[in-house]
Design a protein around this ligand. Structure first.
Ligand code: ZN
Ligand code: ZN
Length: 69
């Protein structure tokens, strides 16, 4: 299965809904029909939530990109 990188992790598996590299509760379905993968950065935002880097294996956008539509 093909791999792609999200943040520091280069072992996300394209099209795998059980991607074991992803953070908890990812991958999520993207509106393009692909899967949104997420890698934890090891940092926290001011509210104490883990900061994630997200990227879709279909369209290559992040969740932040999609929010701006
Ligand atoms: Zn993944
Ligand atoms: Zn997408």
């Amino acid at each position: 299965m093909a791999l792609f990188s999200v943040g520091d992790a280069a072992t996300h598996r394209i099209g795998d809904p059980q991607c074991s590299t992803c953070s908890d509760e990812y991958p999520e379905p993207c509106r393009c029909g692909g899967l949104m993968h997420a890698t934890a950065t090891g940092e926290e935002d001011p509210d104490g939530n883990l900061v994630l880097v997200t990227r879709c294996d279909g369209c290559g956008r992040s969740e932040d990109d999609l929010d701006q539509v």
